[in-house]
Design a binder for this molecule. Structure first.
Ligand code: OAA
Ligand code: MG
Length: 386
């Protein structure tokens, strides 16, 4: 049993949306195929992975550094003790050989993308959905019913409050109970946007807001004073993701739930947020995204760090809207997952036929991560592996 090839293609996920920090006019992602020599149900097992929106494709790093390390390794050194499957942690250690600690940059995205493909292959070789395999490995009961919220509400050229309200209404109509919109361009611009959306939701769903790290401390506090007038689900990523002191000071002005973490890429960074960021385990939310942060091998270390610090995995609702985090949520008891109903297709979303009801989806029993159940996605994946 061995990995015979690691393929990467950088694909566009561009659109005309913008958050308070970046626009998505040139956004890309990396799609990876880890091809094995294992055959299941008459088909060669190929694991697939991709990185979430926001950090661009990582083709250079994957092709020049990480894929060659896997292909040059002794194939037996990448297997589990029984020799009947790949071992994700041994593969992870091989990927990270001769990498210094710290300074996570974007190698964490390259590794996270390959790691997703490896876990997909491992669960397919085991003949199980990844969420069931994870629950078994951790001695837990899987829960296929997962909370999901609808992320959107971007700044959009020519889009006024009426269109924003219509967008949010469409998420309500599709079964979501929590929706999210962007803020950060200024209190004067955002207050009427928020009030318009809250009117549209009319108490039938809750609203989260996301400043994408745009605000300095003074502006983050000014926003907090405005936002705390409204019953929001959370106030996300107010300031720079690595400014733990800003987050901690903000907590003093914002008693309602805060959320952050999508731009922290290692368990060490996550631990610093917990130690120094003033985040409160009884109400705040952690959004670390394995696809951007060295993958599930690292995410399990992050969950250990959280546990040690008294945080439940149910306080985690990852960024990114991919099926990988849906599996982690169902298998390891996270609080839910992000979803972008109208963006970043065909990568995001759910297997065909999965519907949102009362803000939750139910995972179908598909082997691996479940990409084979999403026809538009598996088509581009198989094109890469062909
Ligand atoms: O706009 C983005 O970069 C995505 C984002 O922050 C989110 O989904 O929370
Ligand atoms: Mg965000």
């Amino acid at each position: 049993m061995r990995i015979v090839d690691v393929r990467e293609v950088t694909a566009p996920i561009a659109s005309s949306i913008a958050n308070a920090y970046i626009d998505f006019s040139k956004m890309t992602l990396s799609l990876v195929a880890v091809v094995t020599d294992v055959v299941r149900d008459g088909r060669t097992v190929v694991g697939y992975g991709f990185n979430s929106n926001g950090r661009y494709g990582q083709g250079g790093l994957i092709r020049e550094r990480f894929a060659p390390r896997l292909l040059e390794a002794d194939p037996n050194a990448l297997l589990n003790d029984a020799g009947d499957n790949l071992d994700p942690d041994r593969i992870w250690a091989t990927l990270m050989k001769n990498e210094k600690p710290g300074g996570h940059g974007e190698r964490s995205v390259a590794v996270g993308t390959i790691d997703m493909a490896v876990w997909d292959a491992v669960a397919k070789i085991a003949g199980k959905p990844l969420f069931r395999l994870l629950a078994e490995r951790h001695g837990r009961e899987a829960n296929p019913r997962v909370f999901v919220y609808a992320a959107g509400g971007y700044y959009y050229p020519g889009k006024g409050i009426e269109q924003l309200r219509a967008e949010m209404r469409s998420y309500l109509d599709r079964g979501y109970s929590v929706v999210k919109m962007k803020i950060g361009n200024g209190v004067a611009e955002d207050r009427p946007r928020i009030e318009g959306v809250l009117k549209e939701l009319d108490g039938k769903a809750q609203l989260a807001v996301d400043a994408n790290g745009r605000l300095n401390l003074e502006d983050a506090i000014a926003y907090a004073k405005m936002l705390r007038d409204y019953p929001l689900f959370w106030y996300e990523e107010a300031g720079d993701p690595l400014d733990y002191n800003l987050q901690a000071q903000l907590a003093e002005f914002y008693p309602a739930p805060m959320a952050t973490g999508e731009n922290l890429f290692s368990h060490q960074d996550a631990r610093n947020l917990i130690r120094y960021g003033g985040m409160r385990p009884d109400r705040d939310w952690l959004q670390f995204d394995c696809a951007l942060s060295y993958g599930l091998c690292e995410y399990q270390r992050t969950l250990e760090v959280l546990k040690t610090a008294g945080w439940s995995p149910s306080r985690c609702i990852p960024h990114g809207g991919h099926q990988m985090s849906l599996n982690i949520a169902a298998g390891l008891g996270l609080g839910g997952n992000e979803s972008y109903p109208d963006l970043f297709q065909p990568y995001g979303g759910f297997p065909d036929g999965v519907r949102v009801e009362d803000g939750h989806i139910t995972m179908p029993d598909l082997p691996g991560i479940g990409f084979e159940g999403k026809s538009d996605l598996i088509k581009v994946m198989r094109d890469l592996a062909a």
